[in-house]
Design a protein around this ligand. Structure first.
Ligand code: AMP
Length: 114
């Protein structure tokens, strides 16, 4: 069971900022920006490149949830803004094998990323 499955099952406490039938969102335990939220599908898809056609609704729900969370946090306006990141595999920086979207905001984010 991944750490995120335990959070979704409420075995590990983590206040949820958002939830729907497809996904949940909660604060990252090691934030890389003033706002750092993880949006995690209830279905365990290990990483984005392993999603299947049947996961299309789940994948779409993650991005729709990101917009809703951004709106909730007051960062949707383009005068503020946010970045979404999905890490896949070693070079991508993946550490938890349960697909998740990082939502980062609250400071200007550099490009290209490190
Ligand atoms: P990644 O490196 O893309 O796989 O991202 C995994 C993220 O999960 C990291 O940013 C971690 O800080 C975060 N993380 C790990 N354990 C927890 C936890 N129990 N609660 C919240 N975030 C966590």
């Amino acid at each position: 069971m991944t750490i995120f499955e335990k959070i979704i099952a409420r075995e590990i406490p983590a206040p949820l900022l958002y939830e729907d039938e497809f996904c949940v969102a909660f604060n990252d335990a090691n934030p890389q920006a003033p706002i750092h939220v993880l949006i995690v599908p209830r279905k365990v898809i290990p990483r984005v490149g392993e999603a299947e056609a049947e996961d299309q609704a789940t994948l779409g729900a993650l991005l729709l949830a990101a917009g809703k969370v951004a709106n909730q946090l007051g960062i949707k306006d383009i005068s503020k803004g946010f970045r979404l990141v999905i890490n896949h595999g070693r070079d991508g920086g993946e550490t938890v094998p349960h697909l998740h979207v990082h939502l980062l905001a609250g400071r200007p984010l550099e490009w290209p990323p490190g």
